[in-house]
Ligand binder design. Sequence first.
Ligand code: ATP
Length: 403
Amino acid sequence: MPKHKAFYISNTENKKQLLKQITSGQWFKEINTLKGAVFSDFTVNAFIEEETRHGQFDVQTATTNSLKNSSEGERKRALLQHILKSKPEYIVLDNVFDCLDVEAQTNIETTLTQLSQHTQIIQVATRKRDVLDFIEDIYVLEDGEPKLYVETAQTNHKHFTQALPQPYELDRETFNPLIQLNNVSVSYGERPIIKNINWEIKPGEFWQLIGPNGSGKSTILSLISGDNPKGYMADMTLFGIKKGSGETVWDIKKHIGFYTSEMLRGFKRRDTIESMIISGFVDSIGLYSYPTDRQMRIAQQWISLLNMSAIKDKSFQFLSNGHKRLVLIARAMVKHPPLLILDEPTNGLDDTDSQLFSELVNKIAQESDTAIIYVSHRKEDFIKPDFVFELTPHPNGSVGRSL
Ligand SMILES: Nc1ncnc2c1ncn2[C@@H]1O[C@H](COP(=O)(O)OP(=O)(O)OP(=O)(O)O)[C@@H](O)[C@H]1O
């Protein structure tokens, strides 16, 4: 059996191209005669496109939901099972552990370790801790070519040294509690998802929302952000508004800054970094009205905090994944919303960018009155929430408690 390999890469690498280079066999000739498969977000997205365009449902999920209606974790598990059925002789695994809960990570690790006995594995990872134990050779890319990786010492200096910019409106209405959920339950069809959830969030609190894949974390977020139609029947008070009292989605949304790694797919236009950040004042993609002088000044302060003044006119599209996220956080924060929601924010980030991102989130938690809900399966060493709300799956719907 040839040696198992991993590429430990940064977010700035062109992943699509790298996967093509690996599968072309130009570097590892031994795979040229083997039947291969690629486990990657690109593959999942291609299957979702097939579902949407042609009604073709090739990949079966455990819940029998379509891939599109499944959680990220459910999609990953379904794709791996689909790939294994075709009995490949080598597998390229791209960012295999993102979005998976601890149990699913352990299960996949066990499956892959067994698989490695007879199937060649080539892993692509942006986090060093994700490199599987059985991998023998770790490569980095140097000038587009694989070179064996040599461990170097990490530096720990601060990147964001300036103070957080001030809010646009200095005397804003405050709500306490910000969010109150009373015995909230949600079902999809016959299937109960969450049951009798009670959760109170006060101004400025920093919460982490945890729970296994499919336990209902995104469902709760969508209730809070006003995006889930099931919220109309629920007993919830959001930013002083009793749900179902004739409010519009906008009445809720204007109080929330939202960031999810899925948002990266949504921005396709060629807006500059500066206009992306300013557009946070009007919650639009692109700029359709002139910003005020004060809005411009605040946007400049955010750009300067992010150390991006020299590149502010650069197109957002051409930024690295990590830098895009910093810009989107600044965009979500320019108004200092009462609540900032971060849904799996470090997904797909490399080690350097995760550290950078965590530093910014901690700074926001320390220097603003914005409450934060941070959803993640992965413990980020650098992110330090004050409270944890945990969802535990149950046949009648997940139950929740504050830890
Ligand atoms: N529109 C929908 N129709 C039917 N089922 C849905 C819909 N949206 C979500 N679900 C199901 O509800 C369950 C909870 O999903 P949700 O996305 O809230 O979980 P999660 O805890 O965020 O999962 P993950 O950690 O994997 O992202 C899942 O089983 C999912 O398949």
